[in-house]
Design a protein around this ligand. Structure first.
Ligand SMILES: C[S@@+](CC[C@H](N)C(=O)[O-])C[C@H]1O[C@@H](n2cnc3c(N)ncnc32)[C@H](O)[C@@H]1O
Length: 128
């Protein structure tokens, strides 16, 4: 297994992804521990808006959009732990799901990795 060294110039590949892939062999992005705070607040927001979202879900109008979706997993540099990104977290929630999920990324490798990580799921997803 390749050792991950999260500092310049080892960490980032030319496209912003880590030069060492994740556990599943797909691209990951190395991030600071602040990313855990970001996902904490994302999930807090998704929980807090469950009830109001239900009003829209019932009409088929609740849409989750991430215009900068990334490959779906990231590595916390300081702990080397691999965690799910925001889109995967939003998609895997059971409570008050969205009707549609739209994920975009400028990099084809990230779109392909996200597609693979999301796999088959019951929700309508557009990834491009
Ligand atoms: C910080 S990562 C995304 C993290 C993700 N939103 C999450 O919450 O887990 C930012 C992503 O934006 C993508 N990106 C940068 N510029 C872009 C652009 N102009 N259009 C679409 N994606 C872009 C990069 O390829 C990168 O994967």
């Amino acid at each position: 297994m390749e050792t991950r060294i999260c500092d310049f110039p080892h960490c980032k590949d030319f496209n912003g992804n880590c030069s060492v892939p994740g556990q599943d062999g797909l691209p990951v992005q190395c991030v600071g521990s602040w990313a855990e705070d970001k996902y904490y607040f994302l999930e807090k927001y998704l929980n807090a808006t469950c009830e109001v979202r239900r009003c829209f879900t019932d009409k088929g109008n609740a849409v989750f959009i991430d215009l900068f979706a990334g490959p779906g997993n990231c590595i916390i540099r300081s702990t080397q732990s691999e965690i799910s990104g925001g889109g995967v977290r939003a998609l895997n929630r059971e409570q008050a799901p969205f009707n549609e999920y739209h994920f975009y990324d400028i990099l084809k490798v990230n779109i392909e990795a996200l597609q693979s990580r999301i796999g088959d799921n019951p929700h309508y997803c557009k990834i491009r």
